[in-house]
Structure formats: structure tokens, C-alpha cells
Design a binder for this molecule. Structure first.
Ligand code: FES
Ligand SMILES: [Fe+2]
Length: 451
């Protein structure tokens, strides 16, 4: 990018109605564009923080990031949840160092200022001896709360700017897919112990795309598919029955997807072997609560991306992934196995085995995916190649608004797409880039920002 000449429409050109959707490779490799993404997307819109179930007790907290900025998410002594910038008011040190914990007070290790779990400064060390002038004492020393914090069904979101739509509007029709996760448990879902964190040397949007990319399955994950096949034939000592993508080549398996405003997208597919789903043993109880239609949807494979930083992947097991971009070519992933609260022990054990098998950072899928992202990032070094050709499969199957599957769920998406699994549609990625363009344009118009 030439300094002072950023024009978002040069990087994303949305002509889907004419069969064209162009994404420039610089959005994956240009450090200046990355900085603008952090400022105009992650630090200017709703970002996922975590689950309220991570804060079960008073004074529980976890730390995370909103874009490049460190935050503490904390349940105070009265039970109220706060999202606070993790920076001491004195000289800036972070006051919470661990990923999670339970602390009545966060005490800064530099000069000892102390904050309670609501962020209130309860001690300026040795204040009485300090000969502070009046101006200092009149100032608030509390940790700074982020402007917006909201919850939907136990999912916590925050925004560093006040100018965002209400969270219900932001999530829109994607809420139905959050509900399909949360309602699997009578009392909701919880994170299982054993969080995984890893990095890949590639751009964060490769992860955004991959979650709703059915096209890569047979070429990136043949080892997983072969192992599932060998287990079926009795050639493996592992009795595990995981999702069988070998069956998906059949034209009888219908799949589809939806895009929603604000960048969200979901990929779904019918499941020819629903008994492999971890929820299956409990499905009658679930059906009695949520009805037949939604119980059937819970048995489908569903991958949901809530732009820009969280995904719920429900194929082999049920995974929550939080995406943290660090640099144009470096991304940190934090992954969790999630499960219905109060699940039967044997069902829970099987769920964890299925998760380890496919989703875990040591599983049969995740390392393959990360490797392909890094291969793409290496390929992006070929600077004379600018245009990506990966946004066009399935274009003829896209319809605006709801299809029969959306109507079944009672949702009104921006676009719907369905057909034989073999289409392996790529139009779901459009949601991400439409929101990218909207937020980049909004920032430009707001302040004439060129950097
Ligand atoms: S930086 Fe926190 S007390 Fe000095
Ligand atoms: Fe994959």
C-alpha cells in the first residue's frame, strides 16, 4: 500500500451478483492493512471475550485481548461482570498476569497499587506519605472499563467503542446457531478443563475462511478420513466412531450455509451417521425440550463463525475457537472442548475422545489445517500475484434471504445456499469480506483515516 492512499474498495470488490468477488492478497500480507484491521475492526466493533461459565464464582476472572489491547474479564464480589483494560493506572503495567484465576484483589507488581475485582483502586501504596497534590487525589485511579459489554446466552462480547449496534442486532440470525449449541444442555454448556493454545505463522482470516470451507476436507484431511475408514473395517484397535466424511461424497448428503450481516456465517451439512455425534445418546431428552426440528439441526454438522474472532465447530465434537491476530503472518488460537452441563460421564468421555481425535492441537485435523494456512502465507510472498480465485465455488446456488432450511429454523439470513455436498461452496467467505469492507469504509468516512 502506498502511504496515505488506502482505498478499501481496491482490496475487496463485491460483484457477487455478476459472478465476481475479488479479494486482493495484500489483505493477508500488508502490515499497514493489518494495523488498520486491528484499529477499524477489532478495536471498533463487538469482539468475543469468553463464556459467563468461565466466571462461575465471585472474584473469578480471565484475561484476554480485544485486538491488541489486554483486558480482564472479572466477576466482582457482588456477582456483576466487568471488562476492564488490563493496565495499571500508575505507570501502565498489567495487573493480571494469568489466563484465569480467582482474586479479590489484583495487585500491581511494580509499585503495589491494588484493585478489587470490580476494578476499583483500593490502595495506592504508601499514599499517606507521598505528598501528592490535590489534583492527583481528585482523579479516579480505578481500572478503566471498556465502553460496551454485553451477553447473549452466556457468551460475552465487548467493544472498545460506544458506537456499535445492540448485541442482539449484531448477532442477528446467527443467534439461532448459538442457541443450537447452548440448548444442548438443560443448563447450557461449559468449557471442559484443558484449554489449548497454539500459533500458526499465517494471517487470521485464513482461519476465518477455513471454518466454513467444505472444499478443503478431502484434500487436507485424507489421513483422518482413512483412519475413520480403517476403524470401520476393524483394522484399527481404536474403537472410536468419529464423524465419517467418507460418506459425504454421496450426492444424497445435502449441505448448505447462511451468511448474516456483520460478517457471521455458518456451514451446515446433513449427517448420514448421526449416531457418531456426541450429543446422540442424549437426543431424546434434548428433543423433548427443543422440539423435533431443532433436535435434528443439533445432529447436523454445523460450523459457525461469529466475526471477527470466535468459531463454534461442531463436526467431530464441539469446539470453541478464539482467534487472536498478532501480526499479518502470525495468529494465536485458543481452543476449548465444550459440552452440555451435567452430561453423563460415559457420554462426556466419548466427547473428549472425539475432540482429541480431530480438533485438539495434537489431533488429526488441526495440524493439517495450520500447515495449509502457513503454505498459503508462504505463497503470498509471490508479490506479483494479487488476485485470489477462491471465492467463486457455488455462486450459482446462492439466493438472497431465506431458503427452505432457513425457514425451517425461522431465521432471515442475508444469503442462503444449499445443494449436494459436492458443491463445496466458497461464497460463505463473502460475509467476512463484506463486513471487512463496511468497517474499513466506515473508518475512512469517519475521520478521513488513510493510515
Ligand atoms: S505501574 Fe502499577 S503500581 Fe506502578
Ligand atoms: Fe480442516
Amino acid at each position: 500500500m502506498k502511504a496515505g492512499q488506502f482505498d478499501p474498495s481496491q482490496y475487496v470488490q463485491d460483484h457477487a451478483s455478476e459472478g465476481e468477488f475479488l479479494v486482493h492478497r495484500d489483505v493477508f500480507r500488508d502490515p499497514e492493512i493489518f494495523d488498520l484491521e486491528m484499529k477499524n475492526i477489532f478495536e471498533s466493533s463487538w469482539v468475543f471475550l469468553g463464556l459467563t461459565s468461565q466466571l462461575k464464582k465471585t472474584n473469578d476472572f480471565f484475561t484476554t485481548w480485544i485486538g491488541r489491547q489486554p483486558v480482564i474479564v472479572s466477576r466482582d464480589a457482588s456477582g456483576k461482570i466487568h471488562c476492564l483494560l488490563n493496565t495499571c493506572r500508575h505507570r501502565g503495567a498489567i495487573v493480571a498476569h494469568t489466563r484465569q484465576g480467582n482474586e479479590r484483589h489484583h495487585i500491581c507488581q511494580y509499585h503495589g497499587w491494588a484493585y478489587d475485582s470490580a476494578g476499583k483502586c483500593v490502595s495506592v501504596k504508601d499514599e499517606a506519605d507521598a505528598l501528592y497534590a490535590e489534583g492527583f487525589s481528585a482523579e479516579s485511579h480505578d481500572l478503566v472499563a471498556v465502553p460496551r459489554l454485553a451477553e447473549y446466552r452466556g457468551l460475552l462480547f465487548a467493544s472498545l467503542v460506544d458506537d456499535v449496534v445492540p448485541i442482539e442486532e449484531h448477532l442477528g440470525g446467527a443467534k439461532a446457531f448459538i442457541d443450537l449449541v447452548v440448548d444442548q444442555g438443560r443448563d447450557g454448556v461449559e468449557l471442559l478443563p484443558g484449554t489449548g493454545t497454539y500459533t500458526f505463522r499465517a494471517n487470521w482470516k485464513l482461519q476465518i475462511e477455513n471454518c466454513v470451507d467444505g472444499y478443503h476436507l478431502t484434500s487436507t484431511h485424507p489421513s483422518f478420513m482413512k483412519i475413520v475408514e480403517r476403524r470401520k473395517l476393524g483394522e484399527s484397535r481404536t474403537p472410536l466412531r468419529n464423524i465419517d466424511f467418507n460418506l459425504y461424497g454421496s450426492l444424497s448428503v445435502v449441505s448448505g450455509g447462511f451468511t448474516f450481516p456483520y460478517g457471521h456465517a455458518v456451514l451446515w451439512s446433513g449427517n448420514p451417521a448421526p449416531e457418531t455425534r456426541p450429543i446422540f445418546p442424549a437426543i431424546e431428552e434434548v428433543r423433548s425440550r427443543v422440539g423435533d426440528v431443532r433436535a435434528r439441526w443439533m445432529l447436523k454438522a454445523r460450523n459457525l463463525t461469529l466475526f471477527p474472532n470466535v468459531q463454534f465447530a461442531e463436526s467431530a465434537s464441539l469446539q470453541m475457537r478464539v482467534i487472536r491476530p498478532i501480526a499479518p503472518d502470525l495468529t494465536e488460537m485458543t481452543i476449548h472442548c465444550i459440552a452440555p452441563v451435567g452430561e453423563a460421564p460415559a457420554v462426556r468421555a466419548n466427547r473428549i475422545r472425539l475432540y482429541e481425535d480431530f480438533f485438539n492441537s495434537t489431533g488429526l485435523a488441526t495440524p493439517d489445517d495450520s500447515q495449509t494456512y502457513e503454505d498459503c502465507q508462504t505463497g503470498f510472498r509471490a508479490l506479483s500475484v494479487n488476485r485470489m480465485q477462491g471465492y467463486h465455488r457455488g455462486m450459482k446456488s446462492v439466493q438472497s434471504g431465506a431458503d427452505e432450511y432457513a425457514r425451517e429454523l425461522g431465521i432471515e439470513p442475508a444469503t442462503s445456499q444449499n445443494g449436494p455436498f459436492a458443491i463445496q461452496d466458497e461464497t460463505l467467505f463473502h460475509a467476512c469480506y463484506r463486513e471487512w469492507l463496511r468497517l474499513m469504509n466506515k473508518a475512512q468516512q469517519a475521520d478521513g483515516d488513510t493510515r
